[in-house]
Design a protein around this ligand. Structure first.
Ligand code: FNR
Length: 369
């Protein structure tokens, strides 16, 4: 077993959970820095005559060939060690019960170490109805991409772009060449849809344009505002070398705008997934209204399947709590769409009225005027 990878995965799980909990328990000043959320200043115009029956409100959408009844999914986190496999089993149980897709964390450990593959095979066998999405870094070969996709019977493969994370890791990668060629090969030869995603630093117009140019049709911008790997790596390393870099990246809201402008200019109707710092059903409805095809969440689900646990908090309790959370969020999304007077995601995008914060308008005019 590669002890570097496995202890890093356990650290990521622990620290991501701690930072998420801190950010949501008013202890933010002590542990992490809270940032103003521009998405809070995106405002729907209230509609007092919605003329809509909630029973008619569909939340269906699709991305990467995956059709879903709810417009959100569990985004990539973990796997490959004993502790993280248990988290994946809980997430898979949630996915099995709700039909929500589950993106697994990077499966590079399964490429490097054949012994870790059994846990993935068991996951596939024990949760036969789950729509799994495999995950790998862009440095990998087509053969490795095929291996992890087959291992979990994945409906799609996520390729993560994590240069900002690697560069602050003492043991991290330093050579980021060749990624575009690899992704281009995955897109044309893998045989399952490819989603290219960030890991919490957002994608720019130019990045998205390069991806569209090589045929990528699903992009997950994974912007800044939630899980922050520079912060996590600083906490893992006693010297806290990169404290000053914790504000790096493009926020999810701004990155979504960047991606949509790239699609518009290149006249490519690619699917854009919004993720990174999504905190509640209203955030989801806003990102969909602004043009996202689906929304991904990582830390909130990690917190729900692992956090708040006492000794008596069994895996079953954690799973049923998370199933309830998903159903509650879906219900709230339906409620918000109802009062907006829209009955589908397309209707939401076309007809809900939105006012953008002045700071975003200024940003967009500087970037795209
Ligand atoms: C992640 N994320 C991630 N992404 C990826 O593509 N491959 C991976 O292996 C991981 N690993 C990972 C571990 C843990 C513990 C967390 C919390 C997250 C990044 C994740 O998919 C997402 O892009 C960011 O977490 C931002 O979303 P949230 O957490 O703010 O909802």
């Amino acid at each position: 077993m590669d002890t570097h990878i496995s202890s890093r995965k356990d650290d990521h799980l622990r620290l991501a959970g701690q930072f998420y909990a801190a950010a949501h328990s008013r202890q933010t000043e002590q542990i992490g820095r809270s940032e103003h959320r521009e998405i809070d200043d995106v405002q729907f115009i209230h509609n007092s005559l919605p003329e809509t029956n909630r029973a008619d409100v569909s939340r269906e959408t699709s991305f990467a060939g995956i059709h879903v009844d709810r417009p959100f999914f569990i985004n990539a986190m973990t796997g490959g060690t004993e502790k993280t496999n248990e988290v994946n089993r809980r997430l898979a149980a949630v996915a099995q019960k709700t039909g929500i897709p589950l993106a697994l964390g990077s499966m590079s450990i399964a490429v490097k170490n054949a012994q870790t593959r059994d846990a993935y095979k068991a996951l596939r066998q024990d949760f036969p109805d789950v729509c799994f999405i495999a995950n790998l870094g862009a440095e990998h070969t087509l053969e490795s991409a095929g291996l992890v996709t087959d291992l979990i019977g994945a409906s799609a493969l996520q390729i993560h772009l994590n240069a900002a994370q690697e560069i602050v890791m003492p043991e991290g990668e330093r050579d980021f060449t060749g990624w575009i060629d690899h992704i281009s090969q995955f897109v044309s030869e893998l045989g399952v849809p490819v989603i290219v995603k960030e890991v919490g630093f957002g994608m720019s117009y130019a990045t998205v344009a390069k991806l569209l140019d090589i045929g990528v049709m699903t992009v997950d911008i994974a912007g800044r505002g939630g899980t922050n790997f520079i912060q996590i790596e600083n906490a893992r390393n006693a010297e806290h070398d990169y404290d000053y870099l914790e504000g790096w990246g493009i926020s999810t809201l701004r990155s979504l705008s960047e991606a949509l402008f790239a699609c518009r200019d290149m006249q490519i109707d690619a699917e854009i997934i919004a993720s990174g710092g999504v905190q509640n059903p209203l955030d989801i409805v806003k990102y969909l209204a602004l043009g996202a095809d689906a929304v991904g969440l990582s830390a909130p689900f990690l917190h729900s399947v692992t956090g708040g646990s006492s000794d008596s908090d069994s895996a079953r309790d954690a799973v049923s709590r998370t199933v309830d959370l998903i159903q509650e969020w879906d219900g709230h999304i339906a409620n918000i769409m109802t009062i907006l007077g829209v009955t589908s995601i397309e209707d939401l995008r076309e007809n809900a009225e939105i006012v953008l914060p002045e700071s975003l308008v200024q940003y967009l005019s500087q970037r795209f005027a």
